[in-house]
Design a binder for this molecule. Sequence first.
Ligand code: AP5
Length: 216
Amino acid sequence: MILVLFGPPGAGKGTQGARIADAVGIPNVSTGAIFRGLAAAGTEVGTQALGYMKRGELVPDQIVVDLVKERIAQPDCEKGFLLDGFPRTIAQAEILDTMLADLGLGIDAVLNFDVAEDLLIERLSGRRTCITCGATYHVVAVPPKVDGTCDACGADLVQRPDDMPESIRTRLREYAAKTEPVLGYYGAKGSLKNIEAIGSPEDVFASVTAVVQSLD
Ligand code: AP5
């Protein structure tokens, strides 16, 4: 199964991506998480991407496309994968289609998480992320058991640099200008499934599960 998780920053793609990947038994390919890992490891690509990410801007298409191409060629993606945060421009969507067609594959569904802008800002401002394993929390909606400490690995929780107010504003502008038009691209292809991503993470996961099961 090949799924695309789509939606604005803070819509809950990462939160749901981890659960869906577990439930379906496919890897969660998050371009944002991969870039953060490469940056933390001090690689050239990671350092290059980090500048764009901190400002809240999209990383240039070619850098992202090369990274995804390499990632989905790995053996764990043979039975399918979930893309979180890719594609984010029409050019990326077109390249992905070509990439998959060359492999005799296609997208099963694009799950579009629909959330109002004021709620997105609330979610991003309250997000805390584990410095070691990347697990995500929210100070109010999804708090850790011990304040500032990851439930999963015990490491410290921090605020992502791109969750500062100025970066959030830029990310929302980038989404509206460059990413939202991709909805029309997938709408025309008939692969788009809209999910009202409000309510608790469990409520949203129930909606996602219903859609994913309908694909079988
Ligand atoms: P990326 O890491 O993909 O960030 P994003 O798309 O902006 O998405 P977020 O991670 O901010 O939000 P999310 O939707 O995953 O929400 P989450 O589940 O964490 O990308 C970062 C950057 O990398 C980009 O800005 C760009 O620079 C670059 N990049 C990546 N891919 C690229 C591409 N293809 N092309 C170009 N550049 C690219 O949830 C948010 C918060 O809400 C959390 O605190 C969570 O606990 C909470 N929450 C989640 N669900 C709920 C709920 N139902 N109720 C209450 N709280 C909730």
